[in-house]
Design a protein around this ligand. Sequence first.
Ligand SMILES: Cc1cc2nc3c(=O)[nH]c(=O)nc-3n(C[C@H](O)[C@H](O)[C@H](O)COP(=O)(O)OP(=O)(O)OC[C@H]3O[C@@H](n4cnc5c(N)ncnc54)[C@H](O)[C@@H]3O)c2cc1C
Length: 471
Amino acid sequence: MKRVAVIGAGPAGLTAALELCRQGCDVDLYEASPHVGGMARSFDLWGVPVDLGPHRFFTRDPRINHFWLELAGDDFEMVHRLTRIHYRGRFYDYPLRASNALRNLGWGEAMRCGGSYLKQKALGVFPGTGPGNFEEWVVSAFGRRLYELFFRDYSEKLWGIPCRDLDIDFAAQRIQRFSLGRALLAAFGWERDRHKTLTGTFAHPLRGAGIIYERMAERILAGGGRIHRNTPVTRIARSGKGVVLPDGTAHDCDHLVSTMPLTQLCRCLPGLPEAVIGSLDRLRYRNTLLVYLRVAHDDLFPDQWVYVQTPELRLGRITNFRNWPSGKHDPSGSSILALEYWCDPAGDLWTCSDPALIALGEGELALTGLLRGAQVLDGHVVRLPSCYPVYRKGYRQWLQPIVDFLRRDYPAIHAIGRYGAFKYNNQDHSILMGLLAAENITTGASHDLWAINTDYGVYQEGPAPSVTPTR
Ligand SMILES: Cc1cc2nc3c(=O)[nH]c(=O)nc-3n(C[C@H](O)[C@H](O)[C@H](O)COP(=O)(O)OP(=O)(O)OC[C@H]3O[C@@H](n4cnc5c(N)ncnc54)[C@H](O)[C@@H]3O)c2cc1C
């Protein structure tokens, strides 16, 4: 019987642990917090199940679809996605549609956008052909004016660095290509607007995204696995085959699956080469602050979430749980909103007190106009450290020495997950990594877990997923 230690009870760690239990391994799962589900957990707030920001589920992979459905049973709904950009008091469709943009921007601004797009096309620089940073990619795809209006400020709020320092990977994976020419033809009715087909649907459990992970935990326990909550792993055995817990006790294993932040994992290991030490300081994560507000209004706006583009506001995204299956039956007549702020670990926001953050959130929500004069009844703050691996330009050159080092010196360690593998994962990617790590361990398969790529997400919508959860 193989003994496996798993660090972290998020989607990646839980999936690996569950599959390993199913294949007869002896599994210990160590989780730093009291919860399971990681960033995808849910919790009850003012009587309503809420997620940590928006957590839609969809996948194009039939294996993940099957795995997720088996856990969800009938307890989910398909949601027709409505998520728009909010910019200086107006809503813009996403993906951008010319008719809607024209109406909102006015002819003058629309002509400037069209002119800068045409100028870009005349220059003949196309996405992916230039020197390669996020700004250049988006400008070559959309023109400078649209980039300035709809991409620059949101991305800089999210990542905390200028767009020219962001890697092209982020754009290539996450942004839907767009043809302004086609969009304009569609606006005048001369061509069907293909973007209409890209809105898509996603699945959401009736008791929140996290119920899937609670069910995984139940099955791990039923399958003989052990889950140690409130147990952060701070040291790893010199061989990489075991963990040392904060109380000093050592626990050996044959394989170690780690979903803790990759840089933190490396810092627990002895014998780091110079190249790895140099990389650790360069790979950075961004934190998220979630400010939940309960608002005395049951119909503020119909979107599941809204991207807040307005540069004067620090606020980046607003989730409205009233428009999710888990929140729509809230009998209280109020709505729960989650306001997202992104910051660096040493940033001023991260060290703000909860009451100050709630006051900031309330003030900024009022400035968007989305509060519609309603009263804010209550507030609550959740802090998510390290949740965005920053794809700073050239980050792969810093990641590679770590990958090489772990492959060469620690073959028993399987580093997976969002911050665990420094990949901008959604749930489905982390589930896939967990499934494949378990397969590598139990069958001797040699899936290259570092090669699993994220190819859709925040801004990338299409084509509409071919495999959404279907019974
Ligand atoms: C605001 C937000 C919105 C998102 N929206 C979506 C969405 O719409 N759709 C979607 O599919 N995905 C979404 N995601 C991404 C999704 O939450 C993640 O991809 C997923 O949770 C990653 O799973 P993971 O297991 O890799 O990592 P995590 O969920 O981060 O789990 C890692 C676990 O490891 C634990 N841990 C860390 N260090 C240690 C240690 N030293 N010892 C023991 N335990 C440790 C942590 O406490 C945590 O429980 C969103 C994420 C955020 C932050």
